[in-house]
Design a protein around this ligand. Structure first.
Ligand code: IPE
Ligand code: IPE
Ligand code: MG
Length: 260
């Protein structure tokens, strides 16, 4: 585990990077983007994959190190069956098309979420993509698929208790540091910037634990239209925030030397 991952925002005041080190994105608005153009929702999802490719490039160019994107939530199974199966197929296609380039560009790809509901084909492709890029460290792209923040906290709790069964009868000694290594994002620093496209202003069960002190940015822009210029606006907004982590403004001004 790298040092930044250990910087829990609730245990210490973490470094405050000028360019967000970790950006988390709810890629929302694909369906409405398509509806507006009288196109099927599925076209919106396809354009969404193309937008993601561009945003990975933009993040790398700007010095962001971790990008975590919400592709399919644990609640998205409630959608019509044809849309769900289209999205699963699109995930397979995207892996087939993109992994080679990601690897060539030094990107480490991870998929977080509950894989038990995925087909064997998809599970195998995810395993292969993660293994192929496991040595890369230039940029970390994480795709959250069948992910839910509540699922994440529950699975981490179960793993913690599997590892330390004695904790089940001694809950008073449980600390953050015992739980967090089991969370899906244990390898990354907490997100600095959380972007949601599509106009909704809610977290929809994304990184609940990890976004305790993340700066939120909401935009009306639909995900298929989110590009480098939109990312620039989000980063500019982030750079205007005063991240206090519980302290007063005077304290922040006294001791803050931004790190890049
Ligand atoms: C986000 O776009 C993609 C997924 C949830 C898979 P939506 O499909 O939610 O698009 P809207 O919100 O209906 O426009
Ligand atoms: C959140 O978007 C999940 C993804 C973008 C993958 P939704 O469109 O599912 O969220 P709600 O239902 O509007 O909250
Ligand atoms: Mg939506």
């Amino acid at each position: 585990m790298t040092i930044p991952a250990l910087q829990s925002s609730t245990l210490i005041v973490p470094d405050i990077p000028n360019v967000p080190r970790h950006v988390a994105v709810i890629m929302d608005g694909n369906g409405r983007w398509a509806n507006k153009r009288h196109l099927p929702r599925m076209v919106g999802h396809e354009r969404g994959v193309a937008a993601l490719r561009g945003v990975v490039e933009s993040c790398m160019k700007r010095g962001v190190k971790y990008l975590t994107v919400f592709a399919f939530s644990s609640e998205n199974w409630r959608r019509p069956e044809d849309e769900v199966s289209f999205l699963m197929g699109l995930f397979i296609k995207a892996l087939e098309r993109e992994v080679r380039d990601l690897h060539a560009n030094g990107v480490r790809l991870r998929v977080i979420g509950d894989r038990t509901a995925f087909s064997k084909k998809l599970c195998d492709m995810i395993d292969r993509a993660e293994a192929a890029t496991a040595e890369n460290d230039k940029f970390h792209l994480t795709v959250a698929a069948n992910y839910g923040g509540r699922w994440d906290i529950l699975q981490a709790t179960r793993k913690m208790l599997d590892t330390h069964p004695e904790l089940a009868t001694n809950g008073a000694v449980i600390t953050e540091e015992m739980l967090t290594p089991h969370l899906s994002m244990a390898f990354a620093p907490e997100p600095d910037l959380f972007i949601r496209t599509g106009g909704e202003e809610r977290i929809s069960n994304f990184l609940l634990w990890q976004s305790a002190y993340t700066e939120f940015y909401f935009t009306e822009c639909f995900w298929p239209e989110f590009d480098d210029a939109q990312l620039e606006l989000a980063i500019q907004s982030y750079q205007q925030r005063e991240r206090r982590f519980g302290r007063t403004s005077a304290q922040v001004l006294q001791c803050s030397t931004p790190v890049s």
